[in-house]
Design a protein around this ligand. Structure first.
Ligand SMILES: Nc1nc2c(ncn2[C@@H]2O[C@H](COP(=O)(O)OP(=O)(O)O)[C@@H](O)[C@H]2O)c(=O)[nH]1
Ligand SMILES: [Mg+2]
Length: 410
């Protein structure tokens, strides 16, 4: 698996996105920190994944059109490529990361397709878990995958074994949002029937796709809007990063056919707008919350269990008062120990200073004492000398006697 490039494109969107209109009281925190949302895109080659990424960002993030050039060598595994763009609307920032997975479904053995994707999702959970275990949790980076858009080929029949296998393996790890790729190749009726077959297949295989909750306290308008979006799943999408001209001369993002133009941003033509609304307007916080509180939380407790750590399920992780008190106690102890060490160091330094001062004065005293002793000795010798002279009858020179004397009596 190759960790793809991770570029950040700063760009002011011309078109309307909508996240700046999120109700402030609910999203004040997110608005301050900026939104960060990660979407993964999975599906067989050629279904329009890269094109959808470009359509979502409203810009060409990929050089050239679509996928990496085909090479003679078949890639050995699914590649994971992550692209990030910071989009800003009315001063509100959204960092949208899209994880593309070229190579999915290109193998004889299915296991080689879903495994690297599952691994990538779990690695991101592990990275988050690792941060949670750190003492300083203030700067947590959430790179968990909040939604996975799964591309279904527009066959009009039913799900392929590859689709079922992927969704069954991944549905407990990520919010699955199935979409019908290149829906412009199907008629309206075909889409309607195909959607129903897909939903029946999903149900019969016990696959859990993302279910948006209904809030009875929401205003009727919001309830209607949400229901309208959810009823469109699996979204029938059309992607295009090109502008085409309609019959009445309008320039729109879309695909041109002899019989007319399919507009990407027209909700009457396809469900692209609904998908985008769901991701970055109506359900972004929901998708993040479900990822964190249910999908990640399940992964986390399973992982801890296999590591032999038993959790008390009645205590929610963030508000476990005992663990918190213990953590605080330990922090406090470390602080106390540090203060004690500092005080000891200061004390020792003071003692050393005093000692060296005492030693210095002792030396000074000793030298003075020695000088006095020497002076006394000299005087004694002179007196002896005088005494001898007097005894031998010679006179004393008066000047010489004046010069001598006790030095410390001056
Ligand atoms: N008809 C139609 N063609 C599409 C659509 N989206 C992408 N394509 C085309 O399908 C081809 C493969 O698209 P690409 O984005 O590279 O697919 P990927 O391999 O899944 O990344 C390109 O020629 C696109 O122009 C769509 O919604 N409808
Ligand atoms: Mg691609």
């Amino acid at each position: 698996m190759k960790a793809g490039l991770n570029s950040v494109v700063k760009k002011a969107l011309q078109g309307y996105v909508g996240f700046a209109n999120l109700p402030n009281q609910v999203h004040r925190k997110s608005v301050k920190k900026g939104f960060h949302f990660t979407v993964m895109i999975v599906g067989e080659s050629g279904l329009g994944k890269s094109t959808l990424v470009n359509t979502l960002f409203g810009t060409t993030l990929y050089p050239g059109k679509g996928d990496v050039e085909p090479t003679d060598e078949t890639p050995k595994t699914v590649e994971i490529q992550s692209l990030s763009a910071e989009i800003e609307e009315n001063g509100v920032k959204l960092r949208l990361t899209v994880v593309d997975t070229p190579g999915f479904g290109d193998f004889v053995n299915n296991e080689e397709s879903w495994k690297p994707i599952l691994d990538n999702i779990e690695e991101r959970f592990d990275a988050y878990l690792e941060q949670e275990n750190r003492v300083n949790r203030r700067k947590m980076v959430d790179n968990r995958v909040h939604a996975c858009i799964y591309f279904i080929a527009p066959t009009g029949h039913s799900l392929k074994p590859l689709d079922v296998e992927f969704m069954r393996r991944l549905h407990t790890k990520v919010n699955l949002i199935p979409v019908i790729a290149k829906s412009d190749t199907l008629t309206e009726d075909e889409i309607k029937q195909f959607k129903q077959r897909i939903l029946d297949d999903i149900k019969s295989h016990n696959i859990q796709i993302y279910q948006a909750p209904q809030y009875e306290y929401d205003d009727p308008e919001t309830i209607a809007e949400n229901r309208d979006i959810i009823n469109k799943i699996p979204f029938a999408i059309v992607g295009s990063d090109r502008e085409v001209e309609t019959s009445d001369g309008k320039k729109v993002r879309g695909r041109k056919y002899p019989w007319g133009v399919i507009e990407v941003d027209n909700p009457d033509h396809c469900d692209f707008v609904k998908l985008r609304q769901m991701l970055i307007r109506t359900h972004m916080e929901e998708l993040k919350e479900y990822t964190s509180d249910v999908l990640y939380e399940n992964y986390r407790s399973e992982k801890l269990e296999t590591m032999g750590v038993q959790q008390d399920p009645t205590v929610f992780k963030e508000v476990n008062p005992l663990a918190k008190m213990e953590e605080e106690r330990q922090l406090h102890e470390v602080k106390l120990q540090k203060m004690e060490n500092e005080m000891k160091a200061v004390f020792q330094q003071k003692v050393a200073e005093k000692e060296s001062k005492l030693k210095q004065s002792e030396e000074e005293l000793y030298t003075r004492h020695k000088e006095m002793k020497d002076a006394l000795e000299r005087q004694r010798m002179e007196l002896e000398e005088k005494k001898r002279r007097l005894e031998s009858g010679r006179p004393i020179t008066p000047e010489k006697a004046k010069k001598k004397g006790f030095p410390f009596n001056k």
